[in-house]
Write a protein that binds this ligand. Structure first.
Ligand code: ADP
Length: 558
């Protein structure tokens, strides 16, 4: 079998000019703001016009708890959207923008793989249309203005030991987690401890993804809390009088980006918060546009369904009115075997027993999605080494659980490899109307909301707050900022807060270290004990295998 790399397949694709892709969803040339031949932003006039279209259906693609074996959510989302088009249902895929951190770290890009990719993949994976750079700059303008305000006399009485706003860079750079800035001469600023996060964890990213339009964006930015005064009062971006400047820096970043898949299916790629340390889904603007221009729109929520899907439903759907009609739970036989205890190096061997054990992880995710009222189809992203006996066993386990299963060969065959999945979804959606139930009432206490997530979604006992976290909760209650949805920052690899506890554990507590308000985004971020908001690079970063030749040809990007 000839195995081509993702970039080789992408380079050989018959890419169409972006106007042709726009035409498929009712966009005229004037509606597009071109970034070269194959990428464009979509104008507000067009978005407002298309908003009058009737809604299509929405499929949410999510997954079992990730393992180092890889699941392939983006690959399945792209393949599925291609498949819908092949079976005569108009479809657009709405995805997140890749962050440069994972591109150069372990994971690589986020443009799918094999014959289910979005292209031009090297552009999308690198600087794309500059949205993430604009978000970094907007975030760092706020930092610069905070430090300048303090230097210029600190009229707001900002407590330098209680600045909650961090600087950001879109890179995995552990050395910037804790820094001291303002060193040097008197005119070089006031020294203080500061921190960097990766850009995709920034509240600016969350705000951009949760805004309806520019007006909403500016209002949300105004409300962001960046610090507290020495008497404990919140300091808002509006106190610094820079909400206009910050919104202005995002004037293009807030417009969705149009590209295409290898089979020329329109793809809207916009916004990219991580699902472990942030809320994990693309922008409301992009998802709504996909719904308005499709019979069946496909979107993806990051990492496992305990993180991505829970936040998609409890945060994004609650604030936007978006309601998915069905969920696809992506799993691989390899990953299920890993959840059953198999070592990464032994995955090639058939192991029915481990598969059955690891199935418990899948079972819990299916049950969770059902709690939200969503019809679920399990998509098995097939790998060459999956054996017939393993596939048969998995089909039997799914049958016993009463969940439909579809084998997908999207990586090897593109859309053709997900036609069965697309047909099953159409059948399910036509048969069963989904009624989304949110997991908790935002008016519940922070502890109650958290305990519901821990018990009903993670399968644990309770959330245990450290003394510092309890103090932070008390403060939010005093400020009247506790009636908001919760965004849990937790490892993606486990239902617990320990990445090594795989499978479907029970009887565990989740330790909460920090509780902080994202008042602009409109949620409360709760960090578990072992979470990093600035990732680090591995011993051998993916960057070491990348290259570009004299003609501009790229290798090693995946
Ligand atoms: P996720 O969205 O779950 O993080 P991706 O769709 O980005 O995963 O896929 C991760 C990697 O795995 C990609 O490099 C992709 O090419 C590869 N991959 C996905 N599915 C398959 C498959 N069936 N066979 C081989 N490689 C695959």
């Amino acid at each position: 079998m000839d195995y081509k790399t993702d970039i080789e397949i992408a380079d050989a694709a018959k890419i169409e000019p972006i106007e042709k892709i726009g035409e498929k969803i009712g966009l005229k040339n004037d509606d597009l703001e071109h970034y070269g031949k194959y990428k464009a932003k979509i104008s507000w006039e067009a978005i407002n016009r298309l908003n009058n279209n009737k809604d299509g259906k929405l499929v949410l693609v999510t997954a079992i708890s990730p393992t180092p074996a890889g699941e392939g959510k983006s690959t399945v989302s792209i393949g599925l959207s291609q498949a819908f088009n092949r079976i005569g249902k108009k479809s657009v895929v709405a995805l997140r923008e890749p962050s440069l951190g994972p591109v150069f770290g372990v994971k690589g890009g986020a443009t799918g793989g094999g014959y289910s990719q979005v292209i031009p993949m090297e552009d999308i994976n690198l600087h794309f249309t500059g949205d993430i750079h604009a978000i970094s700059t907007a975030n760092n303008l706020v930092s610069a203005c905070i430090d300048n305000h303090i230097y210029q006399g600190n009229a707001l009485d900002i407590d330098v030991n209680n600045i909650t706003w961090n600087r950001v860079v879109d890179m995995n750079d552990r050395s910037l987690r804790n820094i001291v800035n303002g060193l040097g001469k008197k005119t070089d600023g006031v020294p203080r401890q500061d921190h960097f996060m990766i850009t995709v964890a920034s509240e600016i990213m969350a705000v951009l993804c949760l805004s309806k339009d520019l007006k909403d964006l500016k209002e949300k930015i105004s409300k962001i809390i960046v610090a507290y005064t020495r008497t404990g009062k919140p300091v808002y971006i509006s106190d610094l009088k820079i909400q206009g400047a910050v919104a202005m820096l995002l004037k293009d970043a807030i417009k969705p980006n149009l590209v295409q898949t290898l089979e020329n299916t329109p793809a809207i790629i916009h916004g990219g918060p991580f699902a472990n340390i942030a809320h994990g889904c693309n922008s409301i603007i992009a998802t709504k546009l996909a719904i308005k221009t499709s019979d069946y729109a496909v979107t993806e929520a990051g990492f496992g369904a305990d993180l991505g899907a829970e936040k998609f439903l409890d945060i994004k759907c609650r604030t936007s009115g978006i309601r998915p009609d069905a969920a696809v739970l992506v799993a691989t036989i390899k990953a299920l075997k890993m959840h059953g205890g198999v070592n990464k190096n032994d995955l090639k061997e058939e192991n029915i027993e481990a598969l059955e054990k690891g199935f418990e992880n899948l079972r819990r995710h299916v049950e969770n999605l059902r709690k939200f009222g969503l019809p679920v189809v399990v998509a098995i992203n097939q790998f060459a080494q999956d054996t017939d006996a393993e596939i048969e066993k998995l089909e039997k386990l799914c049958k016993d659980l009463g969940v439909e299963i579809s084998l997908c060969q999207v990586w090897a065959k593109g859309g053709e490899g997900a036609e069965d999945l697309a047909k099953k979804l159409v059948k399910n959606i036509e048969k069963q109307k989904s009624e989304i139930n949110f997991l908790y009432d935002v008016n519940d206490s922070i502890e109650d909301k958290l305990n519901k997530i821990v018990k009903d979604i993670y399968g644990g006992r309770r959330a245990v707050l450290t003394a510092a976290a309890k103090k932070q909760v008390k403060k939010l209650v005093e400020l009247g900022l506790d009636k908001l949805p919760i965004c849990v920052a937790k490892t993606q690899f486990s239902f617990t807060d320990n990445k090594n506890v795989i499978g479907a554990p029970r009887d565990f507590d989740i330790e909460i270290k920090t509780v902080r308000i994202s008042n602009g985004a409109g949620f409360i971020v709760v960090e578990t004990s072992n979470i990093m908001i600035m990732p680090g690079l591995p011993k051998v970063p993916a960057a070491e295998n990348m290259d570009i030749d004299d003609k501009g040809n790229i290798v090693g990007l995946f």
